[in-house]
Design a protein around this ligand. Structure first.
Ligand SMILES: Cc1ncc(COP(=O)(O)O)c(C=O)c1O
Length: 495
C-alpha cells in the first residue's frame, strides 16, 4: 500500500484487499463489465448464474441457494430473517465478544458493540454463550474436553430459554472469532452446538465475513476446519468477496430458501448480484486459484506462526499464539499465569509499527491480541520484516518494564523441588533487586511511580477515542532518544 506521498506501507490487517490491493485482474473485470452493462438486478444477467455456480462449487452440496447482497451486515441481517422464517422461532444465541454487523438487528446480537453502551438493554430474545476460547476462556487447553464443555453451555442456554417458553431460531458464530480476539474454537465444538440447536428446532449460521475465501489455508471456508461432518445451515460472506468492491452473499439450503419464499413476501435487492459485482466476484475467485493464494496462506501462515512461536520463547510479554493460515492472533500478557492483559503494550506496538509503516491492529475484549489477517499475497519476506520489528519493540518494552524470564526457577512444592518450564512461567519481576535498594531509592521510586500515574491518568482522560471508544494511543511514555512519545497519537485501525 502507498500513501499520497508514495510512502510504502506493509498491510498486515486488510482482509478486504484479499487478493492484493487494486489487483489488475479484478480492476479489469469490473471496468470491462461496467463499460458493457450494469443494471438493476431485476434484469437477469449471465454473470449472476455463473457466479452463483462458481461459489456453490466451493461449498458442500447442501448449501446450494445464493442470495447476493451488498455488505456483511446485510448478509447477516438476511440470515436472521431466513432463520426466523424457516423455524418460526425468535430466540438467537450468539457468542461473547461477537461482532456481526452495524444494523439494528445485528447490534442486538453483537456483544462486542452492545457492551459499549452503559445503559444497554439487551434484547430479551438474544442469549450470549461463552466464547470457545481455550486460552483465556472458561474451559482452557488443560480441560479434558473443551468442545463438549463449551457446547454444553449452549445446551444449558437452550434449556433455560425453553423453560421460559422461548424457542431457538438460530445459533450464530464466526467460524473463527475475529474481533472477539482471534479465537479458534476447539475441534468438534460446532458439530455439538449444531446438534443441540437443531434438536431445539433452530439453525446454525456460520459468519465467514472475515475468515472465508481460503484464508485458513487448509480449507476454502473456515467452518470446514471443524471436519467434513459439519455443514452449517446458512453461511454469510462479505469483506474479501469483492476485493474491496461492496458485495456480499448468503448461502443456504433449498429447505430454508423454500420456507423463506413461502412467506409470500418477495425478496428483492436492487444492487445485490448486479453484473459488475458478479464479474468482480468471479475475478476474485479466478485470482485465488491462478495465484494459489489458499496454498500461499497455508505456507506463509505456517511460517508466520513458527516465527512467532520462537519469539514466545524470547519474550515474556507473549502469552499465546494461535491461528490458521493467514489468520493469526498474538495475545500479549503481563503475566503468563494470571493472563493479565498487556493492553497498553499491544497498543504501543501497533503505534510504533505504524510509525515504521507497518499496519497491524489489536483486538479482543482486552484489546491485547495483535491480529494478523493480511492480503493473501503476503510473503515470507513480509513476515520476516514485521516479526523482526515486533521483536525489537518487545525487547525495548520489556527492558523498560523490567520484565524478563528468570534463568531457571525452582519452585518449592510440598517439600520437593519441581522445575517449571519456561512456558508456564509468569513474568519475573526482579523483586530481589528492589528489596536491596536503599530506603531513599525506594522513596524515589514510589514518588516517580505516583507522578507517572498522575501523568498517565491525565493523559488517558484527555485522549480522543475512536468509534469503538478505544483510546487512540497506548499511553506509554518513551524514555529513549528523542521520541516525542506522549504528544503523538495514532488512530486505531478498523477491523
Ligand atoms: C464477522 C463480521 N460479520 C459482519 C460484519 C459486517 O460487515 P460490513 O461492515 O460489511 O457490514 C463484520 C464487519 O467487520 C464482521 O467482522
Amino acid at each position: 500500500m502507498y500513501d499520497e506521498k508514495g510512502q510504502r506501507y506493509l498491510d498486515c490487517i486488510n482482509n478486504v484487499a484479499h487478493v492484493g490491493h487494486c489487483h489488475p485482474d479484478v480492476v479489469k473485470a469490473g471496468a470491462q463489465q461496467m463499460e458493457l452493462l450494469n443494471t438493476n438486478s431485476r434484469f437477469l444477467h449471465d454473470n449472476l448464474v455463473l457466479y452463483a455456480q462458481r461459489l456453490q462449487a466451493t461449498l458442500p452440496d447442501k448449501l446450494s441457494v445464493c442470495y447476493f447482497v451488498n455488505s456483511g451486515s446485510e448478509a447477516n441481517d438476511l440470515a436472521l430473517r431466513l432463520a426466523w422464517q424457516y423455524t418460526g422461532h425468535k430466540d438467537i444465541i450468539t457468542l461473547e465478544n461477537a461482532y456481526h454487523g452495524h444494523v439494528s438487528s445485528l447490534i442486538d446480537i453483537s456483544p462486542y458493540k452492545f457492551h459499549q453502551l452503559s445503559d444497554v438493554e439487551q434484547n430479551p430474545s438474544v442469549h450470549v454463550a461463552a466464547s470457545p476460547d481455550v486460552y483465556r476462556g472458561k474451559y482452557r487447553a488443560d480441560h479434558p474436553d473443551p468442545a463438549k464443555a463449551y457446547a454444553g453451555e449452549v445446551k444449558d442456554i437452550i434449556h433455560k430459554v425453553q423453560d421460559k417458553g422461548g424457542k431457538i431460531a438460530a445459533f450464530i458464530a464466526e467460524s473463527l472469532q475475529s474481533c472477539g480476539g482471534q479465537v479458534i474454537p476447539p475441534a468438534g465444538y460446532f458439530q455439538q452446538v449444531a446438534e443441540h440447536v437443531r434438536k431445539a428446532g433452530g439453525v446454525f449460521i456460520a459468519d465467514e465475513v472475515q475468515v472465508g475465501f481460503g484464508r485458513v489455508g487448509t480449507h476454502f471456508w473456515a467452518f470446514q476446519l471443524q471436519g467434513d461432518d459439519f455443514v452449517p445451515d446458512i453461511v454469510t460472506m462479505g469483506k474479501p468477496i469483492g476485493n474491496g468492491h461492496p458485495m456480499s452473499c448468503v448461502v443456504t439450503t433449498k429447505e430454508v430458501a423454500q420456507a423463506f419464499m413461502s412467506s409470500g413476501m418477495e425478496y428483492f435487492n436492487t444492487f445485490g448480484g448486479n453484473p459488475v459485482s458478479c464479474a468482480i466476484g468471479l475475478a476474485v475467485l479466478d485470482v485465488i486459484v491462478k495465484e494459489d493464494l489458499q496454498g500461499n496462506a497455508l505456507r506463509v501462515g505456517g511460517y508466520l506462526t513458527n516465527l512467532l512461536e520462537k519469539q514466545k520463547d524470547k519474550h515474556p510479554l507473549i502469552g499465546d499464539i494461535r491461528g490458521r493460515g493467514l489468520f493469526v492472533g498474538l495475545e500479549l500478557v503481563k503475566d503468563r499465569c494470571k493472563l493479565t492483559p498487556a493492553t497498553a503494550e499491544a497498543q504501543e506496538i501497533i503505534y510504533q509499527l505504524k510509525e515504521q509503516h507497518i499496519l497491524l491492529s489489536a483486538d479482543g475484549p482486552h484489546r491485547n491480541v495483535l491480529k494478523f489477517k493480511p492480503p493473501m499475497c503476503f510473503s515470507t519476506e513480509d513476515v520476516d520484516l514485521v516479526v523482526d520489528k515486533i521483536d525489537h519493540i518487545l525487547t525495548e518494552l520489556e527492558e523498560a518494564l523490567g520484565l524478563k524470564f528468570p534463568d531457571k526457577l525452582n519452585v518449592e512444592n510440598d517439600g520437593s523441588k519441581r522445575k517449571v518450564s519456561l512456558t508456564q512461567l509468569s513474568v519475573h519481576v526482579p523483586v530481589q533487586k528492589i528489596r536491596t535498594k536503599t530506603k531513599y531509592t525506594n522513596i524515589f521510586l514510589c514518588s516517580t511511580s505516583l507522578i507517572s500515574f498522575i501523568i498517565l491518568f491525565f493523559f488517558f482522560s484527555k485522549l480522543p477515542s475512536d468509534e469503538n471508544e478505544h483510546l487512540c494511543h497506548s499511553g506509554l511514555i518513551y524514555t529513549k532518544g528523542n521520541n516525542p512519545g506522549v504528544t503523538k497519537q495514532t488512530k486505531r485501525l478498523k477491523t
